[in-house]
Ligand binder design. Sequence first.
Ligand code: SF4
Length: 137
Amino acid sequence: MEVQFVEELEERLIKALQNSAGQSLLQSDLWKSTSSSSREVSRALARMEKKGIVKREPFTGERRKTYRVTLIKKEHKVQISDVVWCACFTCHDLSRCGPGQPISPVNCTKLTMSLRSELMKYKRSEEIKMASSSEKE
Ligand code: SF4
């Protein structure tokens, strides 16, 4: 199977499970709701189970055996907005920077400053959250 197809199928399976009661569905319902073949869904779920995204338990229905599939966790995808604050993304020295080179993340002032700035923003947002939650009490 093509990598993009596999990723899209996994994403559709996760969405179907997220939208279900208890984030759990029968495997036979999953291939119907994602308009995929039972074989494709079975393979995708086996991979997702190995990655710890879903849990499959044998389930005997009215006519035949299937699996009850439960979403354990949604794979966290890093968004560009999550890391865009890091100085390395706009650094002119990026191609010359690395372990064993004269410029390194270990002693980089620009990286340290951007990390400090992000940490301060995080602390401020946590303080605001705590202040607003104590106001509600
Ligand atoms: S660690 Fe510093 S020098 Fe290296 S790429 Fe990041 S900002 Fe640039």
